[in-house]
Design a protein. Structure first.
Length: 169
């Protein structure tokens, strides 16, 4: 009789197999849900690094030009972007400076409707960084507010939560 009980105890029941598979599926589901969020955070961290390079370039430009901000207009026969290009790694384009094939740096004077844009209409495949002269960052660090002539702010849209980031120069 004991031999019959021992013979019936070999192997797993269907319920045990289904339970193990359900737990494994839950683990995989959690990983696949968390992975895109981690990738967005990594891309946003890279964007913050690029924004730091741009603000550093604006600071260097101001230091070498008696506190003046870079402009996008032609100055003394040379485009304003071409003058500013030497302060960041990039290539001058007609509507800004292209950095690392992903970012486009534009320069504009402050207006009341300044906002961080994720993409520009003319170059929808590039992230736009707006350098806003005559502005400083708001207290929450997401928008530019009016400042004095020596102020500048750099704005960029972020991917995570469709937020924006502002860094004062």
């Amino acid at each position: 009789m004991n031999a019959l009980k021992a013979k019936n105890k070999q192997g797993f029941t269907i319920i045990e197999v289904v339970l193990v598979l359900a737990i494994a599926a839950l683990i995989f589901l959690m990983v696949f849900i968390a992975l895109p969020a981690l990738q967005r955070n990594q891309r946003d961290t890279a964007r913050k690094t690029i924004l730091g390079k741009v603000t550093s370039g604006v600071t260097n430009y101001q230091s070498n030009n008696r506190g003046k901000n870079p402009t996008a207009t032609a100055v003394a026969g040379s485009g304003g972007y071409a003058k500013f290009e030497g302060y960041i790694d990039g290539t001058t384009k007609t509507n800004g400076i292209e950095m690392e094939d992903e970012y486009l740096v534009t320069i504009a004077a402050y207006t009341t409707d300044v906002e961080a844009k994720k993409f520009d209409d003319l170059t929808s495949d590039r992230q736009v960084i707006q350098v806003v002269t005559g502005a400083k960052c708001s207290d929450d660090g997401t928008t530019a507010v009016k400042g004095n002539n020596r102020n500048a702010a750099a704005l960029m849209g972020l991917e995570n939560g469709e937020a924006s980031l502002c860094q004062s120069v």
